[in-house]
Design a binder for this molecule. Structure first.
Ligand code: NDP
Length: 297
């Protein structure tokens, strides 16, 4: 094992959740109601069911109100859009999250763009993506928002640092790049067509991997002293039948830790921050909807 400091996302997330819970109590005193977060789950994808269960537990622990709307896999588009419309119109609902992926017969983009942008706590609506791109206040996707928090806690000012983001999805890579740009980093976005990726990665002061390929980023892709943020969550094939495969990131942790100054482990790095940021976004949305100053979290 190398000498890099592991970045403790679990501890950072627990601290943030504490602050959210306190701010949530303060909101309830002022607004005479709790912040409300509603999650919509269509179908029975086992991973989604686990994520949604964790979100449900977290929202109640944070002193928020809300529910999970569990719909059958064959729910029609009209019924799903109808539910989103109902939640849009409900004044007690501050945040709406439709768990992805949706079953294949449903048009994800259409569903996401039906959510009221003021309640879009996942930050996936084109209005929020556009606001982020032009540097306006926006509800920002939770995973990259969590990464930026970890990075700022680790490095302080990111100004002038070279950040390489591997991955350009709308959920992680692109918003991550926008957030780094907003922090005045010099940003390179890499993807599956990028040439000489290891060479480019080696120039990064901040290396973010959001690819979905187990341990793709090797030790010799990492610059000495870099900060490495591993967003990937990949389950390796089980060593034997009946056993559970190991969870690994997109970075070969042991090798990368030999070179990096700090690195997020998988699990326990970026993952825990995602739900904490979802709660923070819900609180931000609730304050904006009540015309209240958002809390400093
Ligand atoms: P996507 O599959 O949507 O995007 C993956 C990106 O990686 C694409 O831009 C793709 O490029 C790029 N890519 C694929 N192969 C290569 C390659 N060989 N070299 C360079 N780039 C490549 O994934 P997501 O962004 O949704 O998620 C990425 C990872 O993060 C996954 O492991 C996911 O499980 C994890 N994740 C973790 C979360 C957390 O809470 N910690 C939350 C969300 C995701 P191209 O665009 O050219 O196809």
């Amino acid at each position: 094992m190398g000498c890099a400091r592991p970045i403790d996302g679990k501890a950072a997330a627990a601290a943030l959740r504490e602050r959210v819970a306190e701010a949530s109590r303060e909101f309830s005193r002022k607004a005479l109601r709790k912040p409300g977060l509603h999650v919509v789950l269509v179908g029975d994808d086992p991973a989604s069911a686990v994520y949604v269960g964790a979100k449900e537990k977290a929202l109640h622990k944070a002193g928020m109100e809300g529910a999970v709307h569990r719909l059958p896999a064959d729910t029609s588009e009209a019924d799903l859009l109808g539910l989103v419309g109902k939640l849009n119109a409900d004044p007690a609902v501050d945040g709406i999250l439709v768990q992805l992926p949706l079953p294949a017969h449903l048009d994800e983009a259409k569903v996401l763009d039906t959510i009221d942008p003021a309640k879009d706590v996942d930050g996936f609506h084109v209005v929020n993506a556009g606001k982020l791109a032009v540097g306006k206040e926006a509800l920002v996707p939770c995973t990259p928002a969590g990464c930026i928090r970890l990075l700022k806690e680790e490095r302080g000012d990111l100004s002038g640092l070279h950040a390489v983001v591997i991955g350009r999805s709308n959920i992680v890579g692109k918003p991550m790049a926008q957030l780094l740009l907003a922090e005045n980093a010099t940003v390179t976005i890499a993807h599956s067509r990028t040439r000489n990726l290891p060479e480019i990665a080696r120039t990064a002061d901040i290396l973010v991997a959001a690819v979905g390929r187990p341990e793709m980023v090797k030790g010799d892709w990492v610059k000495e002293g870099a900060t490495v943020i591993d967003v990937g969550i990949n389950r390796l094939p089980p060593p034997e039948e009946g056993a559970k495969g190991k969870l690994v990131g997109d970075v070969a942790y042991g090798e990368a830790a030999e070179k990096a100054a700090a690195i997020t482990p998988v699990p326990g790095g970026v993952g825990p921050m995602t739900i904490a940021m979802l709660l923070a976004n819900t609180l931000t949305a609730a304050h904006a909807r009540e015309g209240l100053e958002p809390p400093k979290l």
